[in-house]
Ligand binder design. Sequence first.
Ligand code: FAD
Length: 272
Amino acid sequence: SIHVGGNAAHAPYHNKGFLTTPIRQIKSSDENSLGLISNFAVYCVNGEYPPNDSYENLLEWVKEYLPIDYYLILKSTKLLSPLLPYRRAFDDRKHVELLGRKWPRNYVLVGDSMCVFNPKNGQGMTHACRQAQQLNEVFKEKYQLKDISFIYNRRAASISEECWLGSTTNDWAVPTLKVINTDIYGKTNTYQRSEDSSSIYPQPKTPLFMQFLQWYTYWLIKCAAQSGELTTAFIHVVFQEKSPYSLLQPKFFFKILYASLSHNFNLSKFFD
Ligand SMILES: Cc1cc2nc3c(=O)[nH]c(=O)nc-3n(C[C@H](O)[C@H](O)[C@H](O)COP(=O)(O)OP(=O)(O)OC[C@H]3O[C@@H](n4cnc5c(N)ncnc54)[C@H](O)[C@@H]3O)c2cc1C
């Protein structure tokens, strides 16, 4: 879906966000009306939840924690539905591809049943549709029924992987992150990030590739603010029209590396 207008949460320091998605146009006799029915989402990471008991309390919270524009948007909006609270954001992936041909024949997972994403990035519906489309392709290619789940699983997993990178990169930066990992033998390990040394779980270790992606995304967003080309490339990835790896192409990589290096070593005075 298309988010028009928003202030993205970005862990670990900016843990509260806002986004709005227009649904359809309406005819209104009110000359101050934009003539739009829209969804609004006030969201957070790190359990820093907005109040969900009344619209008035939510407005006060938005006024306190988000840029004033979002408060003004919400304040001047006519409500058509009650608040719909949701406090179970998580990412959960089944690595079906790892089972290879051990996966049961004639049985496939599509959409959230294979991979759930933190809803803050709005990826799940497109992910489910892409997998359904892929399953249709596999059927059209006329494989034997016994091979279909094996072939589909490998292709569907690469669709999940793209969205998984987008969704989990920033979630790995959440200060209260909890990771539950089940290996292929069914053994489960739990980790929890915490400043409390008496925590019963060990601290999760952010994978090196995730640390790279966190650094890269931070500077990509900064550079995109000044580059139409980079912004467009980023939007294509957010809408799943292109792979996230398209953002690693050399012309973007060197721009981002340069921005980061010149900030860290104050090099801009030598180059500008
Ligand atoms: C708060 C929130 C906001 C979101 N916002 C966005 C967004 O802006 N953009 C976006 O792309 N995605 C968004 N998502 C994600 C998106 O909703 C899901 O990824 C998508 O709905 C997944 O589709 P699905 O068909 O795989 O699963 P579902 O939509 O969950 O459909 C599964 C269906 O199966 C039914 N079911 C379950 N068990 C049984 C059973 N035993 N027998 C019969 N029926 C059963 C369920 O009732 C359900 O209707 C959001 C998710 C949440 C929670």
